[in-house]
Design a binder for this molecule. Structure first.
Ligand SMILES: NC(=O)c1ccc[n+]([C@@H]2O[C@H](COP(=O)([O-])OP(=O)(O)OC[C@H]3O[C@@H](n4cnc5c(N)ncnc54)[C@H](OP(=O)(O)O)[C@@H]3O)[C@@H](O)[C@H]2O)c1
Length: 267
């Protein structure tokens, strides 16, 4: 288990000494917060943040303006094979080792009524199932495939992907949210399998599925009503907690599912 009591200082050090290149996928609330933290605390890390729009959105533009020499923007939709192929080429051509890959993408709901998280079986539909699996399950594993050659060259590195506690089969006590739960569970299985393969082929890489805790973001917005005061994390808080957990992990910890507070979550 991660020793949280080793705490802040150890992780501060781990973040501060990160050198090379970091790739943060998806410029949503958590993706941007992770980048902000890396910009502040990892001065020797160059970073690429990806988003789906050809022109960065205003919040992302503000980040880019903060550190034009250290932060670059790339377009990546994890559902588009040609963009994953471009990413593979780009990270493989980096002149610094790819030290950190942090996938902060995810999908929980769309605008269509049948794309709200399902409260009952009768609400389940093929399009939400497809969309959820495409982003939450196939996206992370195809990302892992795309960055594999670059990670091989890097040696020591972390590959983290945001999952969700509701994806834990062992922890499923409430039911509902069929497509999101199942797709996150599938992500966990796919990345555990990647971790086992990389343990043989890339023993310096640590793969981690991470649960950020309930965090204020567009993804959680429609479901925040019942959250007790003080229980909704800011993206900055979650990002700091997640980096603390992640950078406290070694390759021996690879292939597990961790919560923001360093507790392991059952599959
Ligand atoms: N917030 C929470 O309470 C909470 C709790 C548990 C787990 N999580 C997980 O944390 C992760 C980050 O969520 P968040 O809270 O930061 O929400 P968010 O702000 O809505 O971010 C989600 C991001 O995923 C991107 N995305 C969606 N489809 C994509 C695709 N096909 N390719 C690439 N990127 C795509 C979105 O891009 P667009 O903006 O272009 O759509 C957005 O940048 C997700 O995996 C989520 O499941 C969040």
């Amino acid at each position: 288990m991660v020793n949280l009591l080793q705490g802040e200082n150890t992780t501060e050090l781990a973040v501060a000494t990160l050198q090379g290149h970091g790739l943060v996928v998806a410029d949503g609330a958590l993706g941007r917060a992770v980048v902000q933290l890396l910009l502040e605390r990892a001065p020797a890390l160059a970073i690429t943040l990806t988003g789906r729009t050809p022109t960065p959105r205003p919040d992302t533009r503000r980040l880019l303006q903060q550190a034009p020499d250290r932060l670059a923007y790339g377009v990546l939709d994890l559902c588009r094979d040609e963009q994953l192929a471009d990413l593979r080429d780009q990270v493989n051509r980096l002149d610094r080792p790819l030290r950190l890959v942090f996938n902060a993408s995810g999908w929980l709901h769309g605008l269509a009524p049948r794309q709200a998280p399902e409260k009952r079986l009768a609400a389940l539909g093929r399009s939400a199932l497809h969309q959820s699996f495409a982003v939450n399950a196939w996206g992370p594993v195809l990302l892992a495939q795309a960055v594999e050659p670059a990670l091989k060259r890097a040696g020591r590195a972390w590959f983290a992907s945001l999952s969700a506690r509701v994806g834990s089969i062992g922890d499923n006590r409430l039911g509902g949210w069929y497509s999101y739960r199942a797709a996150k569970a599938a992500q966990n299985q796919l990345l555990k399998t990647v971790a086992l393969e990389w343990r043989r082929t890339m023993p310096g890489v640590c793969v981690a599925c991470l649960h950020p805790g309930t965090t204020d973001s567009p993804l959680s917005k429609p479901f925040q009503a019942g959250i007790p005061p003080g229980k909704l994390f800011t993206p900055d808080f979650s990002a700091a907690a997640l980096l603390r957990v992640l950078l406290g992990l070694t390759p021996q910890d690879s292939g597990r599912f961790w919560a923001w507070d360093g507790q392991p979550i059952p599959w």
